[in-house]
Write a new protein. Structure first.
Length: 135
């Protein structure tokens, strides 16, 4: 099924950004299929790869919402009644290493000791986004 153009929405991630989470201050995205507008649906979180954040790419040619629109997940979501959350990283001047400078999700503990469990900065931030969407 084709995606519904107005169903990809940008949201402010500021309230979810913990000190070292590295969330993009310009926001993230979520896609709501037509069938999910007035009915509960399942939720899928898509964590972008390194260098694939909305802010990635040489200025002024950042991806913006290109990946969220064109990767095919929205058509899959539409066909299966699943909301897709696209949280976005962008450390910018807050980057402490090359991985953060490339807007990578933490894979080595740069956001703190609990980086890989439920107390990790990024895990907590994304969990809060999921809880908000499920309300």
């Amino acid at each position: 099924m084709p995606q519904t153009p107005g169903s990809l929405r940008r949201f402010d991630q500021t309230e979810f950004d913990l000190p070292h989470a590295g969330l993009d201050p310009t926001g993230g995205f979520y896609y709501v299929p037509a069938a999910c507008e007035d009915a509960p649906c399942r939720l899928h979180v898509f964590a972008h790869g390194c260098g694939m954040a909305a802010a990635a790419g040489p200025a002024p040619y950042a991806f913006n919402d290109t990946y969220a629109r064109r990767a095919g997940f929205n058509e899959w979501a539409e066909a299966n009644g699943i909301v897709v959350l696209y949280p976005q990283l962008h450390y910018g001047s807050r980057a402490m290493d090359a991985a953060q400078a490339d807007d990578c999700w933490d894979q080595t503990g740069t956001t703190g000791e609990a980086w890989s469990d439920r107390d990790g900065q990024q895990v907590r931030a994304v969990r809060a986004m999921v809880e908000r969407l499920l309300q």
